[in-house]
Write a protein that binds this ligand. Structure first.
Ligand SMILES: [Zn+2]
Length: 665
C-alpha cells in the first residue's frame, strides 16, 4: 500500500468499493437523473470539451470554465457509473478521459493549448477523473500520462486556483515516489503563499484570527492543500494552519445543515445564510484530507452531516433538479425568490436542472461518489478503518500475506442507529479494524460475534479492534442517537438527532417554470454577447416554483432540559428515507405560531449582480423592480399565539421547503 509518509489515514482504491441499500439507490437516481442526462443542464454540458480537438473556446465568453464544468461531470459520472454498475454511463465518461489522455501533445501536455500558460485549475478537476480510472483499473498508463503532463512545461501561477495542481502532483508523487513531483508541488505551494499572503487559504492567514470571506469553493480547494502538503513533507506549520483555518470556519460560518455558508463567499450563520451547492462537494472533499492528515473523527462526523443533510436538502429527491443556493430556512423557492444579496430576486434558489452559472450542475454529480470513495481508509499500521458509515462493502488485501478480505457494512445508517460489519477473509488473518465513534455519540457499544467489547468507546475517536479475523466474524456497533439543541444568531434554535438535522417540511404548491428563467437571466446578463445554443429540454426534467401551502411560522417550545421529553417515532415502514410523506422518523415538538412572521413581499430590491449595459459587462449593486417574495429572517421579538400545538420535524434531507432554525417559544 502507498500513502504519503505523514498521513494517518488513506482512502482505499475505488475498485474495491461497492454501494448497497440507500447508497446504491442514490447512485441509481443520479444515473437515471441529471448525471445520466446532463445535457438538460445546458451549455457546456453535452459538449465534449475534453473529448474532442475541435478548438477550445467554442464561442464561450471565456475559455477555462467550460473545461472546469465538464470535468466536474466527467469525474462524477465516471465514479457514479462505476459504483452504480451502470456500464453505459461509465463508458460515456471514460471516452472523454481516454480521448484527452491519448491525444496529449508531443511533450505530454494534456488538454487545450490555451490552458498552458494560465488557468490550470480545470486540469486539477479533470485529472481527478483520470486518477479515478487509474484506481479502478490499476493501469499505470494513466499515472504516467499525468506525470508527463506535469513535466511538459512550467506550471503557471496566473491566478490563485492555479495552485490546485498541488493535489494532483502529490497523488502522483505518492504513487510513483518520483522526487521531482514533490519538489514541483512544494514550489507551486510556496509561490502561491508568496504571491497571495493575505488570501484566506494562505498558511499565514489560516493561522491568524482573520475571519474567512473568501469564495467558498476557492477556500476549500486551496486550504486543504496545507493538509496534503503536511502529509507529504511533514511540516507541522501546515497542519496547524489548516486545522486552525477550519476551526475558524466552523465557528464563524457553520449552518444548521452541517455545511458552512458561501453565497458564493463565506458569510454568516443565520437561518437565511446559504451555500452554493458546489461546496457540498468541495467542503467534504477537503475535509477528507484533514481526516487523512489528523486521523481525527470530527472531520468524518462533519462529512456525514453534509452528505446526509445539505446534499439531499439541495435537490429534488429524483435527482432531476438542484438548487444553486440552498438554505436552512426556505419557505418559498421560485424564479424570483433568492433572498441573498448576491443575485437577489433571481432563480438561484429554485430547484431546476439548469442554472445561470453552471458550476453546481456539474459539481453535484461528484458528492455521493466521493463520499463512498472515502468511506474506508487504510491505517498507517496496515489495517483498515471504517471512517464513514453507510451501507456498502469493501474488498481489500490485508495482513503480511496480502490476504483478500471483504468487509460489508449492513445497515440503513443514518436511518438506523447501528452498523453491522460482516468480515470475510479468504484465510484467517490478523489486522486492526478501526471503528469511528462519532463525537455526538455518548452511548456507543461494540460487540464481536455477540461478545461485548469491554472498552471505553470515546466519542470523537477511532476504536481499534486487533485480532485474527475468521470468515463469518461479525462486528456490531450500536450508535444510539440523541436529540441536541443547536443555537443560532437572532436567538434561533434547531434540533439534531445523531448525524441528522431535523426540519419542518412545508407542503408545497409546485408549478413548472414555464418562463425558462435561466435563459432569460443569461440574456439579461450578456445582452448582445448572449450566444444562443441548442437547448436540450426533457419534459421530465422541469424547473420548479414552490409556494408554501402549510403553516410554517412556528416557535419551538423546547430548551435543552426539555429534550428528554420529546418522542422520536422511528418508521419501520419507510421505504425511501428521502420521501417526506413517509420519512424514516418523526419528532413531535410543541410549538406556537408567531404572529406577523410572514413572507417578505417587495417590489424594489437591492441586488449585487452582473449585467450588460450599453455593451459593457458590469458587476456591482443595482436596484431591481418587480414582484418578489422572500423567506423572512427570524423575527426580532417574536409575538407568540397562546395556543400550543404539536408539529412534526423530519430529517432535513427529505425536505424541499422547510424551516430548520426556529424562534424559541
Ligand atoms: Zn457552484
Amino acid at each position: 500500500m502507498k500513502m504519503l509518509p505523514f498521513a494517518v489515514l488513506h482512502p482505499t482504491p475505488l475498485r474495491g468499493i461497492r454501494p448497497a441499500g440507500w447508497t446504491q439507490d442514490f447512485l441509481e437516481r443520479q444515473a437515471n437523473g441529471l448525471t445520466g442526462n446532463v445535457e438538460v443542464s445546458g451549455y457546456p454540458y453535452g459538449y465534449k470539451f475534453w473529448g474532442t480537438q475541435q478548438g477550445d473556446t467554442k464561442g464561450s465568453i471565456a475559455a477555462w470554465w467550460p473545461y472546469e464544468q465538464t470535468a466536474y461531470w466527467i469525474d462524477g459520472a465516471l465514479k457514479c457509473g462505476y459504483l452504480a454498475g451502470d456500464a453505459g454511463l461509465y463508458q460515456k465518461a471514460l471516452e472523454e478521459v481516454d480521448f484527452a489522455v491519448e491525444h496529449a501533445a508531443v511533450d505530454g501536455f494534456i488538454g487545450p493549448d490555451s490552458l498552458r500558460e494560465k488557468d490550470r485549475w480545470p486540469h486539477a478537476v479533470f485529472f481527478r477523473a483520470v486518477l479515478a480510472q487509474y484506481e479502478i483499473t490499476g493501469d499505470r498508463r494513466y499515472l504516467e500520462a499525468l506525470i508527463r503532463h506535469y513535466r511538459s512545461s512550467p506550471h503557471p501561477m496566473g491566478w490563485d486556483r492555479d495552485v490546485t495542481g498541488v493535489e494532483i502532483l502529490l497523488y502522483l508523487y505518492q504513487e510513483s515516489g518520483e522526487a521531482d513531483l514533490l519538489a514541483m508541488a512544494e514550489d507551486l505551494y510556496e509561490r502561491f503563499n508568496k504571491q497571495w499572503p493575505r488570501h484566506d487559504s494562505a498558511v499565514g492567514t489560516m493561522l491568524s484570527e482573520k475571519k474567512q470571506t473568501e469564495h467558498g469553493v476557492t477556500f476549500n480547494e486551496i486550504a486543504k492543500l496545507a493538509a496534503m502538503m503536511y502529509c507529504a513533507a511533514g511540516k507541522k506549520r501546515y497542519l496547524e494552519a489548516v486545522v486552525h483555518g477550519y476551526e475558524k470556519l466552523e465557528r464563524n460560518a457553520m449552518l444548521a445543515d452541517g455545511l458552512h455558508s458561501c453565497s458564493e463567499h463565506i458569510k454568516g450563520k443565520t437561518a437565511r445564510d446559504m451555500h452554493e451547492t458546489c461546496d457540498i462537494t468541495d467542503h467534504t472533499w477537503a475535509l477528507a484530507y484533514l481526516l487523512q492528515a489528523t486521523g481525527e473523527a470530527r472531520y468524518a462526523d462533519r462529512i456525514e452531516q453534509v452528505i446526509f443533510n445539505a446534499l439531499p436538502g439541495s435537490i429534488t429527491k429524483d435527482f432531476r433538479a438542484l438548487q444553486y443556493l440552498s438554505c436552512p430556512n426556505q419557505v418559498v423557492v421560485t424564479g424570483t425568490s433568492n433572498h441573498n444579496l448576491f443575485m437577489r430576486g433571481m432563480n438561484w434558489m429554485s430547484y431546476r436542472p439548469d442554472h445561470e452559472v453552471q458550476c453546481c450542475p456539474g459539481n453535484l454529480h461528484r458528492a455521493m461518489p466521493n463520499f463512498l470513495s472515502k468511506m474506508w481508509m487504510r491505517t498507517a499500521d496496515g489495517g483498515v478503518a471504517a471512517a464513514l458509515y453507510a451501507p456498502g462493502s469493501l474488498k481489500i488485501s490485508l495482513g503480511e500475506a496480502e490476504t483478500p478480505v471483504t468487509i460489508t457494512a449492513n445497515t440503513r445508517y443514518p436511518y438506523q442507529q447501528s452498523v453491522e460489519f460482516a468480515v470475510e477473509p479468504a484465510q484467517p488473518v490478523t489486522f486492526t479494524f478501526s471503528l469511528r465513534i462519532p463525537g455526538w455519540c455518548g452511548g456507543a457499544s461494540l460487540s464481536v460475534n455477540g461478545q461485548p467489547v469491554q472498552a471505553a468507546l470515546t466519542p470523537g475517536s477511532f476504536h481499534p479492534l486487533r485480532r485474527e479475523w475468521q470468515a463469518g466474524d461479525v462486528v456490531r456497533l450500536e450508535l444510539p442517537f440523541e436529540l441536541a439543541l443547536q443555537r443560532w444568531p437572532s436567538d434561533g434554535v434547531s434540533l439534531t438527532y445523531g448525524p441528522l438535522t431535523l426540519a419542518l417540511p412545508i407542503k408545497a404548491k409546485a408549478e413548472i417554470d414555464a418562463l425558462d428563467t435561466t435563459t432569460l437571466q443569461q440574456k439579461m446578463a450578456l445582452a448582445e454577447n448572449y450566444q444562443p445554443r441548442p437547448v436540450v429540454k426533457k419534459p421530465d426534467f422541469p424547473g420548479w416554483d414552490l409556494y408554501p401551502e402549510s403553516s410554517w411560522n412556528y416557535a419551538l417550545c423546547v430548551d435543552e432540559a426539555g429534550l428528554k421529553d420529546l418522542k422520536v417515532d422511528w418508521n419501520d415502514a419507510c421505504v425511501d428515507p428521502l420521501d417526506a410523506a413517509n420519512p424514516a422518523l418523526k419528532v413531535r415538538v410543541k410549538a406556537r405560531r408567531v404572529k406577523g412572521w410572514r413572507i417578505v413581499h417587495s417590489h424594489r430590491i437591492l441586488q449585487s449582480g452582473h449585467w450588460t449595459e450599453k455593451g459593457q459587462f458590469r458587476r456591482g449593486l443595482r436596484i431591481l423592480q418587480g414582484d418578489f417574495k422572500f423567506t423572512p429572517p427570524l423575527p426580532k421579538r417574536p409575538r407568540l399565539a397562546d395556543e400550543v400545538q404539536e408539529i412534526e420535524l423530519i430529517p432535513y434531507g427529505a425536505t424541499l421547503l422547510r424551516v430548520t432554525v426556529f424562534p424559541q417559544g
